[in-house]
Design a protein around this ligand. Structure first.
Ligand SMILES: Cc1cc2nc3c(=O)[nH]c(=O)nc-3n(C[C@H](O)[C@H](O)[C@H](O)COP(=O)(O)O)c2cc1C
Length: 267
């Protein structure tokens, strides 16, 4: 078995120290609530228990714009569950490789979840990026076009950056989670854990959002971080990409089955 001493060292170095009187993270006020789904097939229990990772995606499927809007709106860290369970203020902004979303030009995008970091990001990211607000979606969603890209080039780039995995290229969109890194960790080493908790939560929200819209997601832990940083023009450790994700229409693998070990209604 391989041993990875660096993992143990990181675990020890980032252990939480007693942090008395931490100010409660300030989160933006949520927009008006969406209507709850009345469809019992779409109950939270069914979605959670039926969740699986996609193995392959349908490369011809285009995500409806409304679905995309709901999914990325759910990723904005506002003052309600689940974002109010995190110990720190938001540390993660999202890079989106948008392949096929109705009405959205394929390309590289930034979802500014942590506006606190906007000035630093614009200093650090490739100065050629357009950083244009996307006018096709509601104004309160801070999505910016960094650069449009021909579909074939985007397919190749997304695939090779994600360890040559087709799931990153055939999805409707793939996401890179770009964390504030050096400053956060220098200030408090346990931020390293906070940023990974936030990344995990973003992944879980994407998994369940995808499932609830009849789509599917897959967490991507295998990606090449240095080439991702080069693509973005990042020259140092101010920001680091720490987890990726991909969402699309799954192609079912009939060899894999999901069984419930208990009735969802008994939860
Ligand atoms: C942190 C994390 C990283 C992952 N990375 C990859 C990946 O790079 N490629 C992939 O095909 N699946 C990846 N997965 C998906 C796992 O293979 C999948 O979650 C696991 O097989 C369990 O299946 P399930 O999600 O359907 O329950 C990842 C999942 C997580 C949570």
């Amino acid at each position: 078995m391989y041993r990875w001493p660096a993992v143990q060292e990181a675990a020890e170095a980032t252990r939480y120290q007693p942090r008395p009187d931490l100010p409660f993270p300030h989160l933006a006020t949520p927009p008006t609530k969406h209507a709850e789904s009345k469809n019992s097939l779409n109950s939270a229990a069914n979605i959670i228990l039926g969740r699986r990772s996609a193995q392959r995606f349908d490369a011809r499927h285009t995500m409806p714009k409304q679905v995309f809007i709901q999914m990325i709106e759910a990723l904005l860290p506002v003052a309600r569950f689940p974002w109010n369970t995190l110990a720190s203020h938001p540390l993660i902004n999202l890079i989106l490789f948008i392949h096929r979303v109705e009405g959205i030009t394929p390309g590289l995008y930034l979802l500014l979840r942590a506006p606190r970091l906007a000035a630093q990001l614009s200093q650090s990211l490739n100065s050629q990026f357009l950083c244009q607000p996307v006018l096709e979606i509601p104004e309160h969603i801070p999505l910016q076009l960094l650069t449009p890209a021909p579909s074939t080039a985007l397919y190749r780039t997304a695939r090779s950056l994600h360890c040559h995995q087709d799931i990153a290229a055939n999805a409707c969109f793939a996401v890179g989670m770009l964390a504030e890194y050096n400053a956060a960790i220098s200030h408090d080493a346990s931020s390293y854990r906070d940023m990974h908790r936030e990344a995990g939560l973003i992944g879980q929200v994407l998994y369940l959002q995808a499932e609830s819209h009849g789509l599917r997601g897959t967490g991507i832990g295998c990606f090449f971080d240095e080439p991702v940083h080069q693509l973005l023009g990042l020259a140092d450790d101010t920001f680091q990409t720490i987890y990726h994700f991909t969402v699309g229409l799954p192609l079912e693998d009939s060899r894999i089955s999901t069984t419930f070990t208990f009735e969802p209604t008994t939860i």
